[in-house]
Write a new protein. Structure first.
Length: 69
């Protein structure tokens, strides 16, 4: 089964360093930013370890908000 998500690489993001969790089309589902590259790399490793290898990863809209609003 093809993986439906991935954790993007750590990179410079304007005010800091961060990465995103992306869907199968490389569109970000979640982006996180840290003040230092070291913090971002540590979090990146932790996210990969914590998520493991699920068959799917989906985002959901905030309660009370419609998608695309």
């Amino acid at each position: 089964m093809a993986q439906k998500w991935k954790v993007g690489a750590v990179g410079s993001i304007g005010v800091g360093y961060g990465f995103s969790i992306q869907n199968r089309y490389s569109a970000p589902l979640l982006s996180v930013t840290y003040q230092t590259q070291e913090e971002a790399e540590r979090a990146h490793r932790a996210v990969i370890e914590a998520i493991g290898n699920p068959i799917d990863l989906q985002s959901h809209p905030e309660p009370g908000r419609m998608p695309g609003a």
